[in-house]
Design a protein around this ligand. Structure first.
Ligand SMILES: [Zn+2]
Length: 671
C-alpha cells in the first residue's frame, strides 16, 4: 500500500490519511532530506544550487506535515494525536539540526557575500533572516552548549503540546445539565436548541451544555440565572488547573514552570538576558523597554476610562459585581444604551451570506475573483474549498473554510498554511490556506447565524488568509506570512476587521434569514456606535495579558522560578478593573503563550492594532474601496510577505511611520 503522505500531492488526500501513515511518512521524508542536505552541502554554495533546493525541501516537509497538524486540530482522535506527538520531536530535532548546521551557516554567508549584489531584495532578506536564525539557534556555540540548546528545544516541543492537550481535555470533560426550564431565562434560542439536541442525543432529560466557546460566551452574556453563569465561569477559568470541577486532572501548573525555565535557558545559551529579549530579536519592536513603554502608555490612556465603565456597570447592577456578572451587565448596558443586542442581529448574518459578501470586498479591493471549487477532497461535511483568481482568470491561490464548532475540534479561530507559494526552478506551487472558526453549527432547517463579532472574527482570519494567498514572493521562507515578524503579522488581519463595520460593506455581508433584507441603517448606526463600547475595559484586559506575558518571560530567574501568580497579581493591580475570584487560574489555559507562538509576544495584538488602525485611516481618507489606496496596500504589504522589513513596508504604504492616534480615535479614547 502506498502511504498517501508520501505521494506527490498538491492538495492533501485527507480521506486516505490514517494515523498509522503519519510516523513512517515523516521518518522516511526526514531521512531522505538529511541525505539530500549532505549531498547539497558537498556541492557549490550558490543561490541556485543550495538555497533553492533547500527551500523546496522545506516546502515539501511543511506540505506533508500540514494536513497532519490540521487534522489533529480539527478532527482530533487518540490515534492521530499519538502519531502527531511521536513526530513533533523528530521535526523539532530536524529544524534544530538545520539551524545549527555550521557548514550551512557558512554557505549562506558565502552566498550573501558573493552574490548579494546580484540578488533581489527578497532573496537578500531571506539570507539575512536565515543568518539571524542560525545565530539564534546557537550555530556558533561551543559543542556542549550547542547540543544542550538542541536538547532544550526537543524537550520544549512536547511540553507545549501537552499544555494544549490538557486544555482541550479539561474543556471536553465538563458539561452542565439543566433540568429546570426556568434556569434558561435570557438564553438565545439557538443555544437552548443546541443544548436540547445534545441532551436528546445522550438520551438525557433537560438541556446539556458542553463547555465550548459559543456556550461559554452566550451563558456569561445572557443567562439570567446567576448560578449557571457562575458554574460556567468557574469551569472555564479553572480549566487545566488545580481548581474547579476537574481540579488536578489536567493541571498545567508544573508544565508552565518547566516551559518558562527551558525558554529562559534557551535564551541564556545564545547570550540573551531572558526569553523576552530573545523573542524580540525577531520582532518589529526593538526591546523589552520599548514594548513596556508602549503598553504603559496605553494603560495610562485606557485605565481611567475602564474604571468609569466598570462603575457604570455596578450602578446598573445596583451591587458589587462578581467576575461572572461583568459580561451579563455589560450586555444589558449595551442594549440599553444602543438599543442593540448581539443576539438580535444574528438573523441578519447567515454564515453563507457573510462569506459571499466578504469575498466581494476582497474582489473590489484587490481585483481578484473568488469561486468555490466542488470536486476537491474534504475531510468533513462542514468544510468548503475556494479558489482565488486574478483579473485575467489565472489562478492565484486557494483556501479551505471550516466554520463550525464540533466535538474534537480545537476551539478558537485561526488561519494556517496548507501549501506555501513557491515559484522556482525547483518547483512551482500556489498558496493554499485553512480558515478555521468555531461558530454555532447550522440547525436542520437553518444556516448558521453569526453575531456581528463573529463576522469580525471571520474578516480577521480572512485577512491572514489574504496575506498568505496574495503574496507574490516566490521563496517559501519569506512568502505570505512566513518571515513576517509576529508583531506585524496581525496587521492584515486586524486591518481587514475594519471593513466589517462600514456602511459600504454591511449591505454586502448582511441579509435577513427570512426576508433577505440587509441590516437597516438605524441598526447599522447603533452597531457602529457600540464599537467603542467599553473600549477602556477591553483594552486593559488585553494589557493585562500582554504585560503578564512579557513580565513572566523577562523576569524569570532560575532561583526564584516563574513567580507566575505573583506577577499576575502585580499586573492586575496595575491595570485590571475586574478582580477575579481566588479560584481563577487563567494562565493555565493561556495557550497563546504557553503552547502557541505568542510567548513574550502577546503585545503583538495591540502593536499591530496601531498599524492596522493607521493603515485603515488611509482608506477612511480616500474611500473604503478606493482602488489606488487598496492597490498600494496590496503591493506594499500583502504581496511582500516577509520579504522586506516590516517598518519599511509600512512606511512605503502610509508615507510615514505608524501613528497611535487613529487607534485611540477608533476606541473612543482620543483626548
Ligand atoms: Zn490573528
Amino acid at each position: 500500500m502506498t502511504n498517501p503522505l508520501r505521494t506527490a500531492f498538491t492538495l492533501p488526500p485527507f480521506n486516505d490519511i490514517r494515523p498509522e501513515h503519519v510516523e513512517p511518512a515523516i521518518r522516511e521524508l526526514l531521512a531522505s532530506q538529511r541525505a539530500e542536505l549532505d549531498h547539497l552541502l558537498n556541492g557549490p554554495a550558490t543561490w541556485k544550487e543550495l538555497v533553492e533546493p533547500l527551500e523546496a525541501m522545506q516546502h515539501k516537509l511543511s506540505r506533508t506535515w500540514s494536513p497532519v497538524g490540521h487534522l489533529n486540530g480539527v478532527m482530533n482522535n487518540d490515534q492521530l494525536r499519538a502519531a502527531y506527538n511521536v513526530c513533533l520531536p523528530l521535526l523539532t530535532a530536524w529544524h534544530t539540526d538545520l539551524a545549527q548546521n555550521e557548514k550551512l551557516y557558512g554557505a549562506y554567508q558565502t552566498i550573501l557575500d558573493n552574490e548579494g549584489s546580484q540578488l533581489s531584495a527578497a532573496q537578500r532578506k531571506l539570507l539575512e533572516n536565515a543568518l539571524r536564525d542560525f545565530r539564534l539557534a546557537g550555530v556558533a556555540l561551543p559543542a556542549a552548549s550547542k547540543s544542550r540548546f538542541k536538547a532544550v528545544m526537543e524537550e520544549l516541543a512536547p511540553l507545549q503540546a501537552k499544555f494544549d492537550e490538557n486544555v482541550l481535555d479539561a474543556t471536553n470533560a465538563w458539561s452542565r445539565i439543566v433540568i429546570n426550564e426556568s434556569e434558561l431565562g435570557g438564553l438565545p434560542t439557538p443555544i437552548v436548541a443546541r443544548a436540547k439536541a445534545a441532551a436528546d442525543e445522550k438520551q438525557q432529560a433537560g438541556w446539556l451544555f458542553s463547555l465550548d466557546a459559543p456556550n461559554y460566551q452566550a451563558i456569561l452574556m445572557h443567562a439570567e440565572h446567576e448560578p449557571l453563569r457562575r458554574d460556567f465561569y468557574e469551569a472555564w477559568s479553572t480549566r487545566a488547573s488545580d481548581q474547579g470541577p476537574t481540579a488536578g486532572k489536567w493541571d498545567n501548573t508544573a508544565l508552565m514552570e518547566q516551559i518558562l525555565g527551558l525558554r529562559h535557558e534557551l535564551a541564556s545559551l545564545v547570550g540573551f538576558a531572558n526569553y523576552a529579549e530573545y523573542s524580540l530579536a525577531t520582532k518589529m519592536a526593538k526591546s523589552v523597554e520599548e514594548v513596556t513603554d508602549f503598553l504603559e502608555q496605553l494603560a495610562n490612556l485606557s485605565k481611567p476610562a475602564a474604571q468609569r465603565e466598570y462603575a457604570e456597570l455596578e450602578t446598573l447592577a445596583g451591587r458589587k459585581l462578581n467576575a461572572w456578572d461583568v459580561s451579563f451587565y455589560a450586555e444589558r448596558l449595551k442594549r440599553q444604551r444602543f438599543d442593540l443586542s448581539e443576539e438580535a442581529l444574528r438573523p441578519y448574518f447567515p454564515a453563507p451570506r457573510v462569506l459571499e459578501g466578504m469575498f466581494v470586498v476582497a474582489e473590489k479591493l484587490y481585483g481578484v475573483r473568488i469561486v468555490e471549487r466542488k470536486e476537491v477532497e474534504l475531510y468533513h461535511g462542514d468544510a468548503q474549498f475556494f479558489d482565488i483568481l486574478n483579473a485575467d482568470g489565472s489562478h492565484r491561490g486557494s483556501f479551505f473554510v471550516d466554520m463550525y464548532a464540533r466535538p474534537k475540534k480545537r476551539g478558537g479561530a485561526w488561519m494556517d498554511e496548507c501549501v506555501g507559494r513557491m515559484q522556482t526552478h525547483s518547483g512551482k506551487h500556489l498558496p493554499v490556506a485553512y480558515l478555521v472558526c468555531n461558530f454555532m453549527p447550522p440547525s436542520k432547517d437553518k444556516p448558521s447565524l453569526l453575531t456581528h463579532s463573529e463576522v469580525v472574527t471571520t474578516f480577521h482570519e480572512f485577512g491572514h488568509g489574504l496575506h498568505h494567498m496574495l503574496t507574490r514572493v516566490d521563496y517559501p521562507s519569506v512568502a505570505g506570512i512566513n518571515g513576517v515578524p509576529w508583531d506585524a503579522v496581525e496587521l492584515p488581519s486586524q486591518f481587514m476587521e475594519n471593513f466589517a463595520w462600514r456602511e459600504e460593506v454591511l449591505p454586502l455581508i448582511s441579509g435577513h434569514i427570512d426576508t433577505g433584507e440587509p441590516l437597516p441603517p438605524a441598526e447599522l448606526r447603533r452597531l457602529q456606535g457600540s464599537r467603542s463600547f467599553q473600549a477602556g475595559m477591553q483594552t486593559v484586559r488585553q494589557l493585562e495579558f500582554a504585560l503578564f506575558d512579557l513580565r513572566i518571560h523577562a523576569e524569570f530567574n532560575p532561583t526564584q522560578g516563574g513567580r507566575i501568580p505573583q506577577i499576575l497579581s502585580e499586573v492586575r493591580d496595575r491595570v485590571a478593573v475586574v478582580k477575579p475570584p481566588a479560584f481563577n487560574r487563567f494562565p493555565q489555559s493561556f495557550s497563546h503563550i504557553f503552547s502557541g507562538g505568542y510567548a513574550a509576544g502577546y503585545y503583538s495584538y495591540k502593536w499591530a492594532e496601531v498599524l492596522a488602525a493607521d493603515a485603515f485611516s488611509a482608506f477612511e481618507e480616500h474611500g473604503v474601496f478606493n482602488s489606488v489606496t487598496a492597490r498600494r496596500f496590496l503591493n506594499a504589504i500583502l504581496e511582500q510577505g516577509g520579504s522586506r522589513d516590516a517598518m519599511d513596508a509600512f512606511v512605503e504604504f502610509r508615507g510615514r511611520k505608524p501613528d497611535i492616534a487613529p487607534l485611540l480615535k477608533q476606541m473612543g479614547l482620543a483626548a
